[in-house]
Design a protein around this ligand. Structure first.
Ligand code: ADP
Ligand code: MG
Length: 240
């Protein structure tokens, strides 16, 4: 579904991604771990061209993202993105947050889109909050709304950038539970996370990034119990 080939990204003189090669298959859950500043967010943002790669290629469902003539908006609609900060529209209710993008893009009439939105809110356990405003929700609830909002576009892949890092510890589990459910339903997911328990339990594959390079990748159990790379060993010894 996603093919990243020799991806480089520099900000000014600083090269942040130094030749990344990654493949993500349909239905796969890939966890990206690594120290702060290693380029994880930059990589995720390149995947839907929130950042423009300096060189290299990203092929999504057979379409080269950076090629001339690629309809990037159309492809972006197939990629749901969930950030650390929820970025909900504060002046819209929860259900309106879910309906806004599909409405603007004529994905259906209001009644249909509302029905879908309520189904998705039910899925993340927040149907009873449909008419609340974001400010009336806890952080964990906001993040679950953000996930439902991304799902409202019916994406083929969900990209998560540290979705639980800004949350109080007691609500982290609720969000991870929703993500686990999505994974079990077969959603393709790329998840940057510090939640090693989640990576171990839910991911099919773990990618360890450091200094702008994929240092090691493999099955979670193998990586966590028998890391090969010295940097991976050192990182895991601090976080496990
Ligand atoms: P991570 O998500 O692994 O913590 P990031 O991808 O956020 O890492 O950042 C990697 C490096 O790129 C950091 O040194 C960061 O300061 C730098 N960086 C990220 N975004 C920008 C930007 N827009 N302009 C300049 N430098 C950036
Ligand atoms: Mg980051």
């Amino acid at each position: 579904m996603i093919n990243v080939n020799d991806l480089h990204k520099s900000f000014g003189d600083v090269e942040v991604l130094k030749g990344i090669n990654i493949e993500v298959s349909s239905g796969e859950v890939v966890a990206i771990i690594g120290p702060s500043g290693s380029g994880k967010s930059t990589l995720l943002r390149c995947l839907n061209l929130l950042e423009i790669p300096t060189s290299g290629s990203i092929v999504f469902e057979g379409n080269e993202l950076t090629a001339k003539g690629t309809n990037i908006n159309q492809l972006r609609q197939k990629m749901g993105m969930v950030f650390q900060s929820f970025n909900l529209f504060p002046h819209k209710t929860v259900v309106e947050n879910l309906m806004l993008a599909p409405l603007l893009l004529n994905k259906g009439n209001k009644a249909e889109l509302k029905a879908t939105a309520l189904e998705l809110l039910d899925k993340v356990g927040l149907k009873d909050r449909a008419d609340h405003y974001p400010s009336q929700l806890s952080g964990g609830q906001k993040q679950r709304v953000a996930i439902a909002r991304a799902l409202a576009m019916n994406p083929d892949v969900m990209l998560f950038d540290e979705p639980t890092s800004a949350l109080d510890p007691e609500v982290v589990g609720d969000v991870l539970q929703v993500m686990k459910k999505l994974a079990l339903e077969g959603m393709t997911m790329v998840v940057v996370t510090h939640e090693m328990g989640f990576a171990r339990e839910v991911a099919d594959r773990v990618i360890f990034m450091d200094k702008g390079i994929v240092q090691e990748e493999g099955a979670p159990l193998e990586m966590f119990t028998n890391p090969k790379n010295e940097r991976t060993k050192s990182f895991l010894s601090k976080v496990l």
